[in-house]
Design a protein around this ligand. Sequence first.
Ligand code: ZN
Length: 290
Amino acid sequence: MPSFVELLAERTVLLADGATGTNYQNMGIEPGVAPEEWVVDAPEKVQELHRRFAAAGADLVLTCSFGGSSLRLADEALHGRAVEVNRRAAELAREAVGDNVLVAGSLGPTGHLTEPLGPLTHDLAVATYAEQARALTDGGVDLLVLETFFSLDEGLWALEGIQSASDLPLVVSYSFDQGTKTMMGLTPTQVVEAFAPLGIAAIGANCGKSLTDTDVIVDELVAAADGLPLWVKPNAGVPRMVGDSVIYDAGPDDLAEHVRGYVDRGARIVGGCCGSTPEHIAAIAGALGR
Ligand SMILES: [Zn+2]
C-alpha cells in the first residue's frame, strides 16, 4: 500500500469516511456512552462501521479515538486508559480494512478551554497530544488528523505535541460552525496562515453547520491554501429532531452534489462528518465517477 503522501500525489482526490458518532447512534449506542467505549466494549461494531465505509468506497477511515485524549476521558468510564484505547482503536481499524485502505488516527479537542479562559495549559496540551499520537502511531495508523478544532492555541499546542511524538503526516481540520468562523472566531484564512508553515500534509474543514456555509468556507480555504492539499468533511446538512431521533437534512445525493463541487474547486481529500452514513459515502464515490 502506498503511503498517504504517495497516494495523494498519485490521485486527484482521496475519499475519506463519514461520521462515527451519529452512525453509532444508528447502531444502538446508549445515550451518554462515549464512542471510545465501544473500542473496549463492542469492538465488532467499531469494525463493522469501518468495513461498511471501506465497502462504500472510502480510501481512508478514521479511528474511533476522537474523544480519546487522556483529558477528554478523565471524567468518563475509560479514565486512565487513553494509551490502551488509542492503540486498540488503531489496531481495530487496521484489522477491519486491511492494508488497502489508509487508517487515519483521529484526535479531537480536549474539551477544555485554554488559559486564561480555562484550565488547559501549553505543557498539559503538548503532553496530552504527544501521548495520544504515540499510542495511535504504535497501533499502526498511516496518518494523524486533528479534527473539529476551534481554538488556535489548542490546535497549535496539539500540533507541537504530535510532532514531538510521531513522524507521520498530519492533517489539521477546523470546524467553522458559527457561520463561517469557528467558535473562537477564527476564519479559514487565519487557520491556514497559522498552520501552513508548520510542516503539515493537508489543511481543511470538517463538521461545521450548513452545507451552504461550507460552500463559502471552501472558497476561502481554496484562496488561502496556496497549493497545500485541502481536506473537506462536512456534516450531512443541519440536524433537526424528529420525535426522539436526530435527522440530518442532506440525503446522500444532496451531500454528494456539494462534495463534488468542493472537488471541482480543488479539495483533495473529501468525506462526510456528522449525519453522513456509508450510503452518503457511496453516493460521493458515485459522484466522483468511481
Ligand atoms: Zn461532525
